[in-house]
Ligand binder design. Sequence first.
Ligand SMILES: C[S@@+](CC[C@H](N)C(=O)[O-])C[C@H]1O[C@@H](n2cnc3c(N)ncnc32)[C@H](O)[C@@H]1O
Length: 199
Amino acid sequence: MNQQEFWNKKYLRDGYLYGKKPNAFLLSCIGNFKKTQRFLCLGEGEGRNAIYFASKGFDVVALDASDIGLKKLEVLAQEAKVQVKTKCVDLNNWEPSKKYGSIVASFLHMYKDDREFLFKKIESCLKEGGFFVGEFFSTNQLKYESGGPKDIDLLYSIDDFSNSFLTCSKHKIEEVETILDEGKGHQGKASVIRVIIQK
Ligand SMILES: C[S@@+](CC[C@H](N)C(=O)[O-])C[C@H]1O[C@@H](n2cnc3c(N)ncnc32)[C@H](O)[C@@H]1O
C-alpha cells in the first residue's frame, strides 16, 4: 500500500483525526515566521496547521499525498473563511519551484532512506533567513501508545537532523517527552524530536 492509499483510508473516517487545533510546538514558534513570505506546510493532512496560520494572515501552501485529507482541509478552510493553496503530491516526487520564508511539518512520517533527499529540497527552497520548524515522533515513541507508526524506519533521531541542513543554523534539535492532545490520533505521553532550523 502506498502513502496515499494508507492515509486516504484513515481520513475517510468521519471527523478530524488529529483535531482542528494547530500543533502546539508549531504554534509556539509563530514568532519566527514572516507574514510577507510564503508559508509551506509539508504532509499537512486534514489541515489543522494550514488553517490556523492562514487565519493569522500567512500565505499558506499545503502539500500532502492524500487527496482525501486535502479535501477535508478545503472544507475546513471554507468554514474558517480562509484561503490555502493545496497540492496533492508524494514528497518523494515533489520538485519545489518556489522559495518559502517558512516551512513546517508535524508528524510527517517519511522513511529513513527518503529523508536526506527531502531535507535537501527543504534546504534549497527556504529563503535566506527563513525557518524550517517541525515536530516528529522519535524512535523512543515505540514504547508509547499515544500514536505514530510502529515501524522504526518511520521514526526519527536527533542525528537525522544534525547530519543534514549543513548550510543552516540549528537553533533547536531536541528530543523531549511531552503529552499530546491532538484529536483521536495523538493522545497521551509521547517522545518527539523538535527542530528549529534557519537558512
Ligand atoms: C500523521 S499525519 C500528520 C498530518 C498533519 N501534519 C497533522 O499533524 O495533523 C502524516 C501525514 O503525512 C502525509 N505523508 C506521509 N508520507 C508522505 C509523503 N511521502 N508525501 C506526502 N505526504 C506524506 C500523510 O498523507 C499524512 O497526511
